[in-house]
Design a protein. Sequence first.
Length: 363
Amino acid sequence: MNSDNAMEKDNVDLIKFTRRFLDHKGAVIDSENNDVTDALLSEELSEALGVEEYISFSKDIENVKNFGGKKLYAIQFQSPLLDKIVSMAGSTPPFLQCELKFNYIKTQGFANLIREQFEFHKSKIKITGTGNVYTNYALVTCRILAQSDEQKQGLFNFSFNIDTGAVIPDMSEMIPGIEKEFDTISLRKYSESQIRRIHELVSTYGPAAVEGELENFIQSMNRRFKRDSLSLDKYYEALKKEMEESLLRTGLSDKLIQERQSKIALIPDELAVKKKDLLNKYSIKINFTPIAVLSIISPCVKVFASLISGHDKREIAMIYNPVTKRIDPMVCQSCGMSTYSVGVCKNLHLNCTACLNRGGRLC
């Protein structure tokens, strides 16, 4: 009995979902009949769904009586129309925005935080002032698909400072515990350059960020590759030995000897082809697809400082993040990577240590 009630509830939710979707797409909905919903769709929507402009649908078409022989679409799990609606509804990543609220934000002690977090290459830092600001962050949820002989999929969150382009460690895990005020009326939009930057950051940081998540999967594929590769070596080694021993038999014709010698000579090439196929089989391809974005406005503290290298000085600004209670990473001007190890080149470009050692790409 309980399972019947659960199924009934699921069916009702599917109908409500379908109505909301069609209404959002501009359809005119008529649901005076409790069993059947009528909808008038635009030409564009009807073509996208592959249905008529005027349709009727129900959660349980088998039990609808006296419908006059008209076509009635089922809205049930795995029904064709619902599958198309779900596909269209999920084609655009959900976008939410909120503002974070704090009762208290740190006002001093930033010099100690900076010394704890950052390493400055052949330079020193001097704080010159602070200011209260609002900063834009983005929490991007991505679907991860790792494909090999098997496949593994899951979700992974990235947190970015949209204003600086820095990736913020651990912020995604801390956001749920922060007071938030959601805005559902005046939604902001990211510019095309910001969207491109988010995709670049996900592509750049994604593989390393999920390596730990996929560690067991990667190890499993590597073990299976080594096992099957070893089996191939043993098989072809035994085959070669057997064929070479067969040449020692008496009474073999010259033609048969030549044929077997030719086959023995082909064994290394055949083994190489088999191993290449095996490598393709167990190679791992990782794909990241952004599926949801939470746009966050947060009060922060901007820390103004001078980065002094010899007789040269470069003015910089750093962001104190009240969510992580840490200073956000800096961003290297050469490679664009977030870093806690920075310095300036001879032309005062801000670089990570790796780019400094290479002479700086901007110089």
